[in-house]
Design a protein. Sequence first.
Length: 680
Amino acid sequence: MTPRGERDRAVTVQIGAVILFGFLIVALSTYQATVVPDQNREVEFLHNQEAQTDVVQLSNSISATGTTGDAAPATVDLGTRYPSRTFFVNPPPATGSLRTVEPPGDGNVTLENVDVTSSVDGEANDYWGDPANLNKSTQFVVYAPRYNLYREAPTTRIEQGVAFNNFSAGRNITLTDQQVVEGDRITLLAVLGDLDRSGVSTVSIDPAAVSTVDRRERVSGELNVTFPTTLGAATWAELLADEIDAGWVNATRQAGPNRVTIELNDSRTYSLGIAAVHVGAGATGDPETAYLDVERAPTRMTDGSIREVVVEVRDEYGNPVAGETVEAAAGNGSFSRSTVRTGEDGIAVFEYRADGVGEAELNFTVGGGAPAAAGFDPGAPLNANVTVEVLAGPGGGGGGGSGLSASLPDEVAFVGFNGQNDGDVSSVPADGGTLTDYNSASQVKGIGPKEADLDGDGTLEIPYVDNQQSIRIVDENGEESVFMDDVQAKQLSLSVGDVDGDDAREVLFIGNNNGYLRQIDASDASSSVVTAGGADVTAAYVGGVGDFNGDGDEDIVFVGTNNNEIKYLDDGAVVSTGVVRDADALGQPADLDNDGDLEVPYVTGNGNIEFVDATGNTALAYSGGNAAVAPLASVPDQDGNGADEVVFVRTNNQKLFRVDGESGAVTDLGEKADPNDGAA
């Protein structure tokens, strides 16, 4: 029989064990009820921060795809799992969803008062002038987490390129800047497709370009832009604060529930681009071929001369369409090719030869129309019409030679400088539009004008001299090739023109070892020395090609080697103007004073710009000084007074400026250029 004391001690131990076990259960329960949720909530919070970063990267990827056509896939971590616990219980993994969502109400990006100013004769307005074409549908991209504990987590949204957090109380916090208006650039984004992903795992989203902003339309500031967004007008005003302060945006206003309008400055012009990007499932599809635009065309020319007409096929978003067949027909005169396929830049280049004094009607169509048919409708978006006034040269019809056969580029070619496309072949529209960097592979030692399709691919190329004294050509798509190898080309002296009247452009250059003026025929890439009276012509610099003396044929204007006189080659004879100027500071023949004759611009010793005609008469175009002693670019009339204009580089700030030959008005093109290479 066990003594009573021992029995009491045994009971005490058992009671103590039960109490200790009870404390343990309470402690574990308390930990499960308080600590585990707090730790899991922290896991969810940290995951949400990472997910927001993922959505920002997705937003950047979508925007980059729309503007460049190339973007790396973006990954989004939809949900998260909790750390494993031996003695404790976790809730199910937290999930999330990533979807495209139709905007509530009107889901269109809407344009109002579109007036395209960069199009010849407003051809682009045949399309943009129709209200039915001013609405482009879009969607939102929405990431919604479903956490077990972090219940106040925001929904992260992408709307018109802006990523932001939307909290349940209606408060919004933006995560990225806006890209709709940046200075004079307007960029709108249409998001298409059916994205619907949910779960715990990480998903990869690969945006696909439907229509990329490769080229922009210049539009007037009367344009208003309205788009769907759950951000209010006040928030958009905050996002656009810099543009409002700089005068690019007048105001933002609410245009109805979940719609905001940006009102632009009527007194300014803008560069408009619209991109379309596909995300998620469904066929990407191709945008509709929407209209035919005229990029460049002569308004007047001499009977028998040849000028280029450059047209561009654009889609419903205003971007280039490659591989479309454009047909042309002329009421009088002829085209060297009546059918041309557009290149990667959507451009088709036609060469028109005038035949007969009077007005010539040039018709173009895309999509299988009939440009020569009696029922041709020039106002249809897929049709275009150009009216050219053909003038008689000396001895033909009205006399008084016009000298207007010089083909002038609408873009200024130059070499980037001082942190801006350093050393690269570059170009900018003569009206100061969007800069193009050609990413030239070789060191540039001299540059020519962008005014001819030199390799027959339907795209205009810029010729340049490389550091091996070879001549290379490059286009805006980055396609580059050696045009003529090992020709010992002199630096800073290249021009382009139809010298022999075969409807194909030649590249003119000077041999560095002997000073001979040479030409490369673009049709067969053959090189030959230019002769006059059976003798080889030597030159210090070649200015360009045009009907300089108004006799109806093309002349080569150059600087002689013996005394730096400005001369021209006419009908096999060298004629001097009697004007002596620096060999490296000449431009292409152009009608700089609107008198119907061509003149050649040059830089004077004091940094001013003058011009001379075939008879030796000179006039002052620019008196501000600081013009670099370097090549000059002659461009078509930009301000509507009829006089062609000259682009030059100023030495005090290395910037491109355009001067009107008649009025002397100077315009800053806003781009840095190497003053040693000048402009072409």
